[in-house]
Design a protein. Sequence first.
Lengths: 94, 472
Amino acid sequence: MSISRDQVLHVARLARLDLSDAEVERLTGELGAILEAVSKVSELDLADVPPTSHPLALVNAWAEDVPRDSLPLEDVFANAPAREGDLFRVPPTA
Amino acid sequence: MTAIVDTLRLTAEDALGLVERGEVSPAELHGAYLDAIAERDGELHAYLRTVERAEGTSIPVALKDVISTRGVETTAGSKILSGYVPVFDATVAARCRAAGLTLLGKTNTDEFAMGSSTENSAFGASRNPWDPTLVPGGSGGGTSAAVTAGLAPWGLGSDTGGSIKQPSALCGNVGLRPTYGTVSRYGVVAFASSLDQVGPVAKTVRDVALLYRIIAGRDPEDSTTVELPGPVALPEDERLDGLRIGVPRQARALEAVEPGVRAAFESALGSLEELGAEVGECDLPLSFDYGIACYYLIAPAEASSNLARYDGVRYGPRSDGATYREMVERTRDAGFGDEPKRRIMLGTYALSAGYYDAYYGQAQRVRTLIMREHADAFATFDVLATPTSPTVAFALGDKAADPLAMYACDLLTIPSCLAGLPGLSVPCGLSEGLPVGLQLIGPQFSENTLFRAGHALERSLGLDLVPERLRA
């Protein structure tokens, strides 16, 4: 199992990581080795086995719909890198 | 001034007694630990930051830096959260406060709890109190080193694939990874949500049980939590008559287990038999053959999703970018270290179109089989026992350049984590002058049985677990 440089770049774009060329090169090798190790799971024929997404057999953990206060706005913005009024300020999307 | 207490030997239970009887005030005790930190933590780097003022009516506690603490910076060992000061407490932090515990500080961790040595912390590695050239294990190496070096009476860690149990084994203390769902994850920096569990680390099994009693139970803020089926029982028994202990044949056959670890483990099994336990063998073939592969698909997949929230918008440092997308991509590249990036990439790949079924879907099916194997073993045995870690503490740098070698550190702890089972690591001897841990695994909600077995073993072995170099 190996992964190509183009695949690494594609995945980095999906994962919103602006990797440097050196990182892309290193990760191409490392991810190839890790994927080879984890591909072991494909040795097993598991067509009849249901998947487990959660180790406790909980179904529908209901809660009462009780109105309550949200965080005060000053708390919400306490760690914001950039604020404009009651909004988080970000660069233009395009 | 002579120290009011010997923090190297004081158990949390004894510390509670001192405070309850009024012999030492909470502030004095807090101060005694701060003094010990000032004396020894320069070398160990167990803490990322300490809290000077004792706020509480009881004894101190150290919290791993993945646990949000109102007003106290919480970084998860990552640059991408540097300067982040939570505006609310994690439920476990709130429960510690409600019990009167004073927050002593935030302990070091591999970045986002990803690692087995704390070398992945963006703020520098922690060191093992037995020998500072060695790692304390990870990811919870900070809490574990602090407990062993007398820098905290007890503390909380978080465990995804072994991050509580493995550092406890490598530092020579007791660590519990509780049954999935018994301890709230609300306010705990998420790594892999179907695996993450918060749990206690302390010098004795009774201390661990006492802290578990404080933090366990359903939390309306975390819908994956449940009520405990019964109260937490402090272990008293010194005998284990009738307890059936299963040793997985496959764990015994692992070549990765060092001879000294194997010897200490087998000798402890002899002690358990002398205490009245019946020791037999069980089979967990898929758990040991496929556990790591299964884990390193599920955990990174969940991590890639959980870590998507670090985008430089609402908190954390932000890198400049002409567009929103450029800002986010640069922020994430600058903020995450190598290991989170590896896992985000691996997880994103495993979840991407065309690969989902072959990787993530397949791993979830393997997980089902691992759960079934454990359930079968518990038809015959009350608890299972293995060494916690295949090796004693290793040198800093030994595995840092080889991700797969580092991942193999958790070979023995991962299968039960995937199955959502509780696990307790208890010191069971020394190898090359370094502590060895024995891992006890039980069915879901069997913490009281684990405490009973661990306590009896601890009493019968009577090990001195203060590192020789720190003994007065």
